[in-house]
Design a protein around this ligand. Structure first.
Ligand code: SF4
Length: 688
């Protein structure tokens, strides 16, 4: 290197749930570079975000450095002292609670922040606000996985580790997932698996990079996953390839699903999904005949008004052929944000306390009342996607958001802005003046992953350490100290715990985390490999593969899912389907990657992929400025014309505030998980 570094600090990349381990290299009190470490999920590999995008944002001059209170006469934010800001926040929330009741308040935790911070946010909402109206951004990405896998298998998380899948699989079935862009180091490992001879089935409406490596690419119509899965099961049963022993010993509900899938002949499914029936047959046989074949899926399965049924269909396929509870198999959702698995585990959920202990289950609320020493609300809370409509109707009046940016990320942006404007009081804890920040009454400065201790849980349930590398600048305070200070000011006495002490408290109330502590994660015994929950005792080595011998729910349950079309289909006025997603160079709202010039130079602005057939009809050429409209809004973007999407279909990234796809998307919700249908809405495209 052309410079001497003062120290190297081993930590976890904050840019996706792969959980890559790397050193951050510190010189003159600043992080100057990263260096890949041989972590369990990354084997020394890093993607472009881990290499160049993971530290600049923390050292940006644009960071919010002190508390800000909005002057409602001028509309401007004014600098405040910590006492002024925290007193105002505590008193306003308590005033609203007194006047309108505890369920008029809500608080969301940040899926990018450590487990310890998230645990404290949900604890504050439950103990001080007195409500279970707490949630995290899994509501808009993988809440369908949490619900669907819980209902069918008994645990809403990835069943097998990344290394096991990529090393041991004979066939990988990749459904609605583009890991080379969203989880690049997983994508690299899938490419390596293909090189060693593993077969690949890609099920995706777009020609994603890995489709070129696939033995079969089912380029199915967006929103038809349930029909596809039922078709796969139809062929497997028709060919007699189901695992009768596994079905008899370990599952229930088979007869019902068998009856349902009888109707889903390859020809019928081909018509619904716009695919070749022979390709469906080949895919079903290839998957069923393989000894080891995992299903890996992502938001192409979950972000639908039938997202939970899509997830349950993934479980159905795996149970039918007995590909669960053993190496190189399983049902594996690739979680999106770096700690969104942890945010769900830590109880940032209206229905679940930490460790998926259900609010509605007998004795759970009482257990936490005893542990936390305060009476708690016994009613299940409101999901984040229902909080916004309730803000408009004034059922929710006070909202605290820790590190989320719903104005950019949530569907139907104008509806989100209307909801935020309707609130009596809105507090945001954030690193930057995001699009959401302008609607806040108080902004509290947040702290980055480089400035604090803690843990992230990656997509494979692996709890790994986050370590402090640089000092919190100026007057800023640790996020957990801010939350604890607020709790004290709202009348709940809470000592100022360190991050390690908070993890000890988590372990004491969360059976699946019972054996996890910072000391153990830092020990030679664990050797930098983290611990995969369930890890119930201090002697337990963690659980790499779930459902070995027995499902978490006892018997696995075949969910009888029928295909239901998406909530909004194309018509004469809006003839094209829009899907949304991520690109390699950016992470969610770009609050972090948008501060890295190298990444912005590569991809800095909104674009829309459209098919050449549609483009020719509309007189649009590659690179033209276009106006894209749905029933909910209209934006400008740039056309990328090609064949990546099929005729009548288009795709946009949601990262860019200039031409943000979420002005267009549909807030239709899944009935179980309340996840919105980002992957299908109807639009029209015109030359701008
Ligand atoms: Fe970071 Fe994900 Fe890239 Fe790994 S794959 S370096 S965790 S962004």
């Amino acid at each position: 290197r052309p410079y001497q570094v003062e120290k190297k600090v081993l930590t976890t990349c904050p840019h996706c749930a792969t959980g890559c381990q790397y050193y951050v290299l510190v010189k003159d009190g600043k992080v100057v570079d990263t260096e890949g470490y041989n972590g369990p999920s990354n084997k020394g590999l890093l993607c472009v975000k881990g290499r160049s995008g993971s530290f600049d944002f923390a050292q940006s001059p644009e960071r919010i450095k002190y508390p800000l209170i909005k002057n409602h006469e001028t509309g401007e934010f004014e600098r405040a002292t910590w006492d002024e800001a925290l007193d105002l926040v505590a008193s306003k929330f308590m005033e609203i609670k007194k006047q309108y009741g505890p369920d008029s308040l809500a608080g969301f935790a940040c899926s990018r922040s450590p487990n310890e911070d998230i645990y404290m946010v949900q604890k504050m909402v439950r103990t001080c606000f007195g409500t279970n109206n707490t949630d995290n951004c899994a509501r808009v990405c993988h809440s369908a996985s949490v619900a669907g896998l819980y209902m069918t298998l008994g645990s809403g998380a990835m069943t097998n580790p990344i290394e096991d899948i990529t090393k041991n699989a004979d066939v990988i079935m990749l459904v609605g997932s583009n890991p080379e862009e969203a989880h690049p180091v997983v994508g690299m490992q899938i490419r390596q698996a293909v090189k060693r001879g593993c077969k690949l089935i890609v099920v995706d409406p777009r020609d994603i990079g890995l489709a070129k490596k696939a033995d079969i690419h089912l380029k199915l119509k967006p929103g038809t996953n349930v029909a596809f899965a039922n078709g796969i099961m139809h062929v497997i049963i028709e060919e007699g390839l189901q695992d009768d022993k596994f079905i008899a010993e370990r599952t229930e509900g088979y007869e019902k699903i068998k009856e349902i899938v009888k109707e889903y002949t390859p020809e019928k499914v081909a018509e619904i999904c716009h695919i070749d029936p022979d390709d469906l047959r080949k895919a079903a046989i290839m998957y069923a005949k393989a000894d080891r074949a995992p299903i890996i899926y992502c938001l192409g399965v979950t972000e639908h008004s039938t997202g939970t049924e899509g997830v349950m269909s993934m479980s159905n396929m795996a149970m039918l052929v007995g590909k669960l509870g053993r190496p190189g198999c399983g049902v594996n959702p690739l979680r999106g944000q770096n700690n969104v698995q942890g945010a769900c585990d830590m109880g940032a959920s209206p229905t679940d306390f930490p460790g998926y202990q259900k609010v509605a289950a007998t004795g759970v609320v009482e257990k936490f009342e005893k542990a936390w020493g305060v009476p708690l609300n016994h009613n299940v809370g409101t999901h984040a996607t229902d909080v916004f409509p309730k803000a408009i109707t004034k059922e929710i009046r006070g909202l605290y958001i820790y590190g989320e940016d719903p104005v950019v990320t949530d569907p139907d942006t104008s509806h989100i802005i209307k909801a935020l404007k309707s609130l009596d009081f809105f507090v945001l804890q954030e690193l930057f003046m995001t699009e959401t920040a302008q609607y806040a009454d108080v902004i509290l400065p947040g702290v980055s992953y480089l400035e604090k201790e803690g843990t992230f849980t990656n997509t494979e349930r692996r709890v790994q350490r986050v370590r402090k590398a640089i000092t919190v600048p100026g007057e800023m305070r640790l996020d957990t100290d801010i939350i604890i200070d607020l709790m004290n000011r709202m009348g709940y006495p809470q000592p100022h715990l360190t991050s390690a002490e908070i993890m000890d408290e988590i372990a004491s109330v969360t059976p699946s985390f019972g054996g996890i502590s910072h000391a153990r994660l830092d020990s030679e015994e664990v050797g930098g490999k983290g611990l995969q929950w369930p890890c119930p005792t201090k002697e337990h080595p963690g659980t790499p593969i779930m459902h070995v011998g027995k499902f978490s729910r006892g018997l696995g349950w075949f969910y009888p899912a029928e295909y239901v079309p998406s909530a909004e289909l194309p018509d004469e006025e809006y003839p094209i389907i829009l899907m949304t997603g991520r690109i390699l160079y950016h992470y969610t709202t770009r609050a972090m990657t948008g501060k890295t010039p190298e990444l912005m130079e590569i991809e800095g602005h909104s674009f829309i992929e459209m098919n050449i057939v549609d483009a020719e009809k509309l007189g649009i050429r590659n690179g033209d400025k276009v106006r894209v409209s749905s029933r909910r809004g209209s934006i400008e973007s740039t056309a990328r014309v090609g064949t990546k999407t099929s005729p009548g279909e288009s795709w946009m990234p949601f990262h860019f505030p200039d031409g943000n796809a979420n002005w267009l998307t549909n807030a239709a919700l899944d009935k179980y998980a309340r996840i919105p249908e980002y992957k299908v809405c109807a639009i029209k495209i015109e030359k701008a």
